[in-house]
Design a protein. Structure first.
Length: 58
């Protein structure tokens, strides 16, 4: 069985957060860097929830 929606959305948030963090680094914007890191953590958590749901449903 493949990934569920929560896993995919979580991975997307991680990628978006990494991009946001890098843009913050390039522009010297610490606030964007922090927001990017937060988004990455949220994405990892969401992906973890999705993985747990998938394991439970087996």
């Amino acid at each position: 069985m493949g990934k569920n929606k929560a896993e995919i959305v979580g991975k997307g948030k991680q990628v978006k957060g990494k991009v946001r963090e890098e843009v913050g680094k390039l522009t010297g914007n610490k606030k964007e860097q922090v927001k990017g890191k937060i988004e990455q953590v949220e994405g990892k958590a969401q992906e973890g929830v999705g993985k747990a749901k998938r394991k439970v449903s087996k």
